[in-house]
Design a protein around this ligand. Structure first.
Ligand code: PNS
Length: 164
């Protein structure tokens, strides 16, 4: 049976930290579904479809990776996809509490789905989509933190926002 894993997140926007986790997950699973969460949230900058497109562009050469948008509960989505695993990246201790809570809740909702944690590469341990958006909003440089294609879209989004 193929080992299918779901790598869920907001990816708003996708960073080099996320891409590092996707790349490393390929060694562990037969298929990785990058699941872009599209539940309503006030803090999300890019639409679900925009986020899916951005990730798709970046993983087009990865044969074992697919990108999809999902709504609703993660465990329901994973089950529907036949995935026995969820992948999450861990940066620092500060991530732990949230991940711990999410893990216990997901396990209560569906004990058959196991979450696997990959330690973020130290080069990206300080990166987060939230910080990226703040830097871009304040006109700082995000060079080297996110791929150029994402940076372009982020800058356009920010300019659009300022005009609105
Ligand atoms: O990248 P993020 O924002 O930390 O990802 C969080 C995400 C999307 C994985 C989480 O919010 C999630 O799984 N949302 C789907 C709704 C759900 O299943 N909630 C219960 C989890 S405790």
């Amino acid at each position: 049976m193929p080992r299918i894993a779901v790598y869920p997140g907001s990816f708003d926007p996708v960073t080099y930290g996320h891409l590092d986790i996707i790349r490393r997950s390929q060694e562990l699973f037969d298929l990785i579904i990058v699941a872009v969460n599209d539940n309503p949230s006030r803090d999300i900058l890019f639409t679900g479809h925009e986020r899916v497109r951005m990730v798709k562009e970046l993983i087009k050469d990865f044969s074992r990776v697919r990108v999809e948008r999902f709504e609703g509960l993660l465990v329901d989505y994973a089950q529907e996809k036949g995935a026995g695993f969820v992948i999450r990246g861990l940066r620092a201790l500060s991530d732990f509490e949230y991940e711990f809570q999410m893990n216990l809740m997901n396990r209560k909702l569906n004990p058959r789905i196991e979450t696997i944690y990959l330690m973020t590469n130290q080069d990206y341990s300080y990166l987060s989509s939230t910080i990226i958006k703040e830097i871009a909003r304040l006109k700082g440089s995000t060079s080297g933190l996110i791929p150029d294609s994402v940076r372009e879209k982020l800058l356009k989004k920010m300019t659009g926002e300022l005009k609105a």
